[in-house]
Write a new protein. Structure first.
Length: 99
């Protein structure tokens, strides 16, 4: 399916949603699905890996984008990881647009 879609659309990159969770005991991010080999296997850029963050669901249920409401520190380190990953993805996309 990817090959059929990429024939008609330019794929900017891949964002892995819920790629990891932050362990409350050891404060370490653990990958849920193993290492992110999908992007390189498809020949596209991995833009970001987003951790599981409770505030994302909360904001989605209320129609409030997490990046506007929840990524301001309420979710601790996991929220910071989410915000940083989205900022990095936006920077990569912006660089592609400018080139």
């Amino acid at each position: 399916m990817f090959a059929a879609v990429s024939t008609y659309l330019q794929i900017t990159g891949l964002i892995l949603n819920q790629a990891s969770f932050l362990c409350p005991s050891c404060n370490t991010a653990h990958e849920l699905f193993g290492p992110p080999t999908n992007a390189s296997g498809l020949g596209i850029t991995l833009l970001a890996q987003l951790p599981v963050v409770g505030g994302v669901s909360w904001g989605g249920d209320r129609g409030i984008p997490y990046v506007l409401e929840g990524a301001n520190g309420k979710d601790g380190r996991a929220g910071e990881m989410w915000r940083d990953a989205m900022n990095a993805a936006a920077s990569k996309v912006w660089a592609l647009v400018q080139s």
